[in-house]
Design a binder for this molecule. Structure first.
Ligand SMILES: Cc1cc2nc3c(=O)[nH]c(=O)nc-3n(C[C@H](O)[C@H](O)[C@H](O)COP(=O)(O)OP(=O)(O)OC[C@H]3O[C@@H](n4cnc5c(N)ncnc54)[C@H](O)[C@@H]3O)c2cc1C
Length: 431
């Protein structure tokens, strides 16, 4: 594994893609093309912005259920009270004012792929929006546990930020000496591979800072091992937070009873936890469910189009893009932003009658606080190309992972850089 220094990483993590220097106008058409984007998170907001920036005479309508997007990125620090909710609340006014994007608040409830329309349920009734291209970036949905009575209003996942974050924050703040915070790590692939381990660390750090003697964090991981930054998190669990975090691998969830905050897994049963942060297994957001038989939506990584309807594009956490390391590319906000630009460029080219660019690259970065003042980081970069099976034989096209970088140390410098990186990503997506 290649370890990058901070300078190299910041260069790699630079949000402004080289593509940004290549505006292209769809000038010839007199009737503007119509692009509808469903989901105003990191993928959808970026796609809407860049299609307007690069596309010229294109009408872009962005649809989101909520008036603002609450970012999952940095939300573990809202959980511990280190940041206010306002720090992760991202509005759409700049997208409207700076790029002329029409924003509709409502839930997309149906797609007519043959008729090129999407139906949106709004406070004022249903609206049917026609499109030439439809971009879906609805994020994730949850898969219920096999048995039990699961209620996220009692045992919050906080894996979609907002009221769930506030609920878990309140439950954490109510913990006292000797109490147990039990959390699960979903089966891969899931949103933000390092995110659950990061949460275990900041919760442990919070309990120590608040002097909750004997309080513990039990991490029930459905996977066989830590899914991201195993050295940094292994050290955090065994050294930095030794005696507070207990890590249990191969813990497949069998049932959840939210009322009693009890959970049964293949490796451990815990009854009556003080807090049960059950983060369920995941699939594509519901509006994309019709495009995939299970899990996440397969797309062409040159356009993010789906095979059945090439003018319907799925980006961000909802899509599945195979990579040369045998895993799908990671589900992160940084990756959603990166995929959105590739998708925007492909749509603008398609509207101008051009083929998609073959020379595309995407990248991902995550910063992981380990304590209230220190952080680690992880980055990965991908180029489009051949991907191989275990025997080294070409098995098709996908994203070739060109490097994977990890912080060599957990430092306060990384913690400060995290805010520079997040500010840059937030601005590139929403301003
Ligand atoms: C604790 C935590 C920490 C994280 N840390 C990082 C990090 O350090 N770096 C990083 O890059 N990523 C991080 N992530 C992951 C990141 O948040 C996601 O990968 C990213 O948000 C995915 O973007 P998206 O556009 O696919 O979905 P989202 O950002 O979730 O956006 C989906 C949007 O679609 C809307 N929507 C859904 N369905 C509909 C519908 N039918 N109609 C209308 N609107 C709809 C939702 O309201 C939402 O606004 C973290 C995640 C968590 C949980």
């Amino acid at each position: 594994m290649q370890t990058l220094n901070r300078r190299q990483f910041l260069k790699l993590a630079g949000i402004a893609s080289a593509l940004a220097a290549l505006p292209r106008a769809v000038g010839a058409a007199t009737t503007p093309a119509r692009v509808v984007v469903v989901g105003g998170g990191f993928g959808g907001a970026t796609a809407a912005k860049y299609i307007r920036m690069w596309g010229g005479n294109v009408q872009v309508t962005l649809v989101d259920t909520n008036a603002n997007h609450i970012s999952c990125i940095l939300s573990n620090l809202v959980l511990t009270g280190a940041l206010p909710m306002s720090r992760i609340t991202l509005g759409y006014n700049a997208l409207k004012a700076n790029y002329g994007i029409t924003v509709v608040q409502g839930r997309a409830v149906g797609i007519d792929g043959a008729g090129n329309t999407v139906t949106v349920s709004t406070a004022g009734g249903n609206q049917v929006l026609s499109y030439d291209h439809l971009v879906l970036s609805p994020g994730i949905d949850f898969i219920a546990p096999p048995a039990g009575t699961w209620d996220a209003n009692l045992t919050p996942h906080a894996w979609q930020a907002g009221p769930q974050t506030t609920l878990l924050q309140t439950q954490l703040a109510a913990m006292r000496n000797g109490d147990t915070f039990v959390m699960t790590v979903p089966k891969s692939p899931y949103r933000c591979p390092p995110g659950p381990y990061e949460r275990a660390c900041v919760v442990a750090d919070y309990l120590k800072t608040k002097k909750r003697t004997g309080a513990k964090v039990i991490v029930l991981d459905a996977n066989a091992s830590i899914q991201a930054e195993p050295i940094a998190f292994g050290n955090a669990f065994n050294v930095t937070h030794a005696g507070v975090i207990e890590y249990v691998p191969n813990a497949t969830v069998q049932s959840v009873d939210s009322a009693s905050r009890s959970i049964v897994t293949s490796a451990r049963t815990v009854n009556n936890a003080k807090v049960l942060n059950y983060i369920p297994n995941q699939k594509a957001g519901a509006i994309a469910a019709g495009l995939t038989p299970n899990g996440f939506v397969s797309v062409n990584p040159l356009t993010y189009g789906v095979a059945a309807y090439p003018n319907i594009h799925v980006i961000g956490d909802a899509c599945a893009v195979p990579a040369s390391d045998g895993k799908a590319v990671p589900k992160s906000g940084h990756m959603a932003n990166s995929q959105a630009k590739v998708c925007a460029d492909a749509i603008v080219r398609a509207l101008a009658g051009e083929a998609p660019d073959q020379n595309v690259a995407t990248n991902s970065a995550c910063y992981s606080p380990i304590t209230a003042t220190t952080s680690s980081w992880l980055s990965a970069n991908y180029n489009y190309g051949d991907i191989y099976d275990a025997a080294g034989v070409v098995k098709g096209k996908g994203m070739h992972r060109v490097d994977l970088g990890e912080a060599d140390k957990v430092t306060s410098g990384n913690y400060n850089d995290m805010f520079t990186w997040a500010n840059s990503l937030f601005a590139d997506s929403f301003v």
